[in-house]
Design a binder for this molecule. Structure first.
Ligand code: DGJ
Length: 720
């Protein structure tokens, strides 16, 4: 085959593609190289020759390359990127007619198989500075009969043999973003999600790394599917060592039946690589989100929030709300969010979803008195909604029982006593738009907490599965609302972190990372969350002392320090706090406000210490002048003494003052005396010393934490 080569460069990487030369019949293109920038005069032909593999005894007579769309048509024996047929025919399109259109930082690859009546379009773009590569795929039916599409990978990436380790995700309600590490097995390692939303248990991402990878070292590749519906994420290792990563939307049987002229468009997959371990990977994704994907309001200071859920639940007594608002303003809250329970007859979670009108029994004078009070106290007002859902006990369901997703003549099991509205029905989507638009027009609401509290089970319009269309209809509804109300911010919540992905994040401003406000659980949830998402979009609240989802009883400092780095807030009945506790909360909020411009623009630092018995989380300013880190103890340390904390990343030649923000409530339990140096503000060390010999951390009790401020001292250190 005569080949042509294409090259894309960003400040951080080079991408090389090999495709059939224009006008010649060939196979699908393949990625020759994606890595740190190559010299300008590197010759792709030489690279291609250097990578040419011999044909193997017992195999086909030509070596089979891994293309952008691996398929049996070229003899590729593994998982194909495309699977579909027209009544059993056209199941193996060859796409001999390939063209590559080059733009500044992207390629559009068009591959046609006229005989099969199919066109495949793959778009690949390289972000300018963040080292993120995005890919998506579109299949068009040019034939005269329907094409039954079963799988169309959004992207296929070759994985180098050096990246032997796989980090994948698991989780559950109140326990999202947990990681599992293992060696890449022979065969397929696949995660499939059929829950109709991103899910708590199968975050659509995978990380591959060299054996030695950790937070700061080792080479890693990370991939994430920007999609909020069903998905499939797979890694495959073939017997000859070829390895591929594929991600895409999982299609249910018959879900995508392409009529003549119709196309299927996949979501994007975002890839990055780093030679600086998981820290480098996160930094790339965070930079990409900040510069290319998140709505611009997320660059404004994130207002400290009070959410009413764990404070009052459904008990919206006016005096309680008023008292809560006053206390919230007193401690420094900037946004007051009225959670579930404000609409008609919603006194528990069994009724009224769908009826988006105010409960006049609870609010006889409308929402105005509460909103005015909140605003007069200097706070913004936000409101909870769960638009996609309907309770059978609601006026909406009674009027339109046919508006729910369902399979004809079958009874869908309820989830939290509710069903899902079929947003692909224009009248249902219009009803939701009108209801939300009316609320946003009637009241000065600056923020919606958009909740979604059940998996989809009967994901159909009566006859056929519509999961993907439902996801796109949700995106369209949010987009339309944002267009009409461009200043309103939206939080994506799905029983906590059940809908956290780059697809929803294009159009929302923060994610409720978990329904668990338990700081112990949150520590690992937030570590996992932060691999892909930056702290400013991570909803994180100080919950009640007795955690409502676990029953644990946790110290205020531990709760505050754990929530401190994210989009910070409170979710507790503040009237239960003593004056002394309110004053400590006030101090944490004031400190957060001082630091948030750094916390929400810097580089995330994580460490898993003592096999997870202690966790470090922090943020380093991009200009290396400051860092804030928390050291949290999850379990008693193994050794009697905690090892000194070594923190790489600061400027080795600058001096920094290191000082703990919080005092320890029980300093005497395992120590006879306290290492004072950390607490009196006199400790000045070079970045080299902080990374090299480290800082002795006191022996902390489990479920306590220390918050360390590290600031450039601005002067050379003079001994004595
Ligand atoms: C589930 C959410 O995750 C909670 O924060 C709260 O908003 C409840 N729903 C309200 O029903």
């Amino acid at each position: 085959m005569k080949s042509a080569h294409y090259r894309l460069d960003s400040s951080r990487s080079t991408l090389l593609l090999e495709a059939p030369a224009t006008g010649t019949a060939g196979t699908m293109p393949r990625i020759l190289y994606w890595g740190t920038p190559l010299p300008n005069d590197e010759r792709p032909q030489s690279l291609a020759r250097a990578l040419t593999r011999p044909a193997l005894q017992g195999g086909l007579d030509d070596a089979v390359p891994l293309t952008l769309s691996p398929s049996l048509v070229n003899g590729f024996p593994g998982q194909p990127a495309l699977s579909g047929h027209r009544k059993g025919r056209n199941a193996l399109p060859g796409f001999p007619d390939v063209s590559v259109k080059e733009d500044d930082n992207s390629w559009t690859i068009l591959a046609k198989d006229t005989a099969a009546g199919l066109t495949l379009q793959i778009v690949i773009s390289l972000a300018a500075d963040s080292n993120v590569l995005a890919m998506n795929t579109r299949l068009t039916n040019d034939g005269e009969a329907d094409y039954d599409l079963q799988w169309c990978a959004a992207a296929t990436l070759p994985i180098p043999s050096s990246h032997e380790e796989i980090l994948s995700f698991r989780g559950r309600w109140c326990g999202e973003f947990q990681t599992a590490r293992r060696r890449a097995p022979v065969g397929i390692l696949m995660r499939e999600n059929r829950r109709g939303r991103t899910s708590h248990d199968s975050f659509p991402a995978m990380i591959l790394g060299t054996e030695d990878f950790n937070e700061t070292t080792g080479a890693v590749i990370g991939a994430h599917l920007a999609w909020s519906g069903n998905h499939r994420v797979l890694h495959e290792r073939l017997p000859d060592g070829t390895r591929q990563l594929q991600m895409g939307e999982l299609l249910l049987p018959g879900e995508v039946m392409l009529g003549p002229g119709q196309s299927y468009q996949s979501p994007d997959v975002c890839f990055t690589f780093s030679d600086e371990g998981l820290g480098g990977l996160s930094s790339n994704f965070h930079r990409f989100l900040r510069s290319d994907l998140l709505p611009p309001q997320t660059r404004k200071p994130r207002p400290v929030t009070l959410n009413t859920w764990e404070a009052i639940y459904f008990d919206h007594a006016p005096e309680k709300l008023s008292h809560l608002a006053k206390l919230a303003a007193q401690v420094g809250v900037e946004r007051f969010v009225l959670d579930d329970g404000w609409f008609k007859d919603r006194n528990d979670d069994r009724t009224s979803l769908g009826d988006w009108v105010l409960d006049e029994k609870k609010y006889p004078h409308g929402l105005e008195p509460l909103i005015s009070e909140v605003q007069n106290l200097g706070m913004e007002f936000g409101l909870w909604v769960e638009p996609e859902m309907v309770n059978p006990d609601s006026d909406l369901f009674r009027a339109h029982p046919d508006w729910v997703l369902h399979l004809e003549s079958l009874q869908e099991p309820t989830g939290r006593y509710q069903h899902v509205l079929n947003l692909t029905r224009p009248e249902a989507a219009q009803y939701l738009f009108d209801s939300l638009d009316a609320l946003l027009k009637a009241y000065p609401i600056s923020y919606l907490k958009w909740d979604m509290n059940r998996d989809l089970s009967h994901q159909a319009d009566g006859q056929s599965f519509v999961t993907g269309q439902q996801t796109k209809a949700l995106y369209a509804l949010i987009d339309r609302l944002r267009e009409s109300h461009p200043t309103v911010e939206i939080e994506s919540c799905a029983s906590g972190g059940g809908r956290a992905d780059f697809g929803i994040l294009r159009r929302t401003h923060r994610i409720w990372a978990s329904d668990s406000n338990d700081a112990h659980d949150r520590q690992s949830i937030q570590q996992g969350f932060s691999l892909f998402f930056p702290p400013e979009i991570m909803g994180a609240h100080i919950g009640p002392m007795h955690c409502h989802t676990t029953g644990r009883c946790l110290d205020l400092d531990f709760r505050a320090i754990t929530a401190f780095f994210g989009h910070f807030g409170l979710e507790a009945d503040l009237s239960q706090l003593s004056e002394e506790e309110l004053s400590r909360v006030t101090d944490y909020i004031a400190l957060h406000k001082d630091w948030r411009s750094i916390l929400h623009s810097g580089r995330v630092l994580r460490q898993v210490l003592e096999d997870g018995r202690a966790l470090l989380f922090g943020v380093l300013a991009q200009d290396l002048t400051k860092a804030m880190v928390s050291y949290a103890v999850m379990e008693q340390t193994r050794d009697a003494l905690t090892a000194p904390l070594r923190l790489p990343g600061l400027d080795p030649d600058r001096f920094y003052r290191v000082c703990a923000f919080n005092q320890l409530s029980n300093p005497g339990r395992r120590m006879k005396n306290m290492p004072d140096a950390l607490f009196d503000g006199s400790l000045i060390l070079s970045g080299r010393a902080i990374a090299g010999s480290g800082i002795q951390i006191p022996v902390l009790d489990p479920d306590t934490a220390l918050l360390l401020q590290i600031t450039e001292s601005g002067m050379a250190y003079v001994s004595g």
